[in-house]
Design a protein around this ligand. Sequence first.
Ligand SMILES: Nc1ncnc2c1ncn2[C@@H]1O[C@H](COP(=O)(O)OP(=O)(O)O)[C@@H](O)[C@H]1O
Ligand SMILES: [Mg+2]
Length: 255
Amino acid sequence: MAKLDDRALHLLETRIDALKRTKKDDDQRKTYDQVFDHTTLMALYKLISDGMIETVDYPVSTGKEGNVFHATSKKGALALKIYRVNTATFRSLSRYIVGDPRFKKIGRSFREMVTVWAQKEFKNLQRMFDAGVRVPRALTVHQNCLLMQYLGDETMPAPVIREVALDDPNAAFDDVTASMKAMRTAKLVHGDLSEYNLLWWDGHPWIIDCAQAVTLEHPQSEEWFQRDVANIARYFARLGVDTDAKRIAAFVQGG
Ligand SMILES: Nc1ncnc2c1ncn2[C@@H]1O[C@H](COP(=O)(O)OP(=O)(O)O)[C@@H](O)[C@H]1O
Ligand SMILES: [Mg+2]
């Protein structure tokens, strides 16, 4: 590992301590102790000493499998997703990795698994981006830390689509299905697509949370594809868009 810059290291520790202090209740503190374990801190040091980020600023979201933070680089804001290492995560991850030929030789420890999981999201994001899917641009991944384009501005992170009153649901729908079609050409299935994993930013829907996405070779890819399609059909039909799952599937799979 690269030699650590003492100043960066100290700065980071101070920041993380401050983050921990702003979270007063015990549950939150426990969460932070879990998130910023030794390996994670070392991974963050590496990202700092490599010049990828300068500071970790504040949490954008604290979920069960990971936490997303606003971070700052020389060029501006970035989203830092830190995957959590625990038994529950490990269990829920394995079914997405088994069956994906890209991850044949994965190790067995929790930590290795979470590292693979972070790499998997990184690779999926890159492959989707290259195919024209509207996803945040992935910058780098190290251990359980993934850096990507930050959606939002200094006043707020991008809202989840379900929290937004859409002016034009039909346009948003067309945008999402265009992304789904591009994802299909990249031979990937998202696997957890719904109004919970679509952010609204810059007048467009952005697909996020791509760690579980699998290639078409995965034995359950078809089942998960149909589930994604059904979620999108249900959500947009409720907003008055004239659509159904069959038509979306035909459009996405059509040549
Ligand atoms: N690139 C990003 N820019 C801004 N906010 C983000 C970004 N990625 C994720 N988020 C926020 O973090 C939340 C959790 O991210 P997500 O990738 O869905 O992880 P998970 O659902 O596994 O916890 C999102 O709902 C969103 O609010
Ligand atoms: Mg999510």
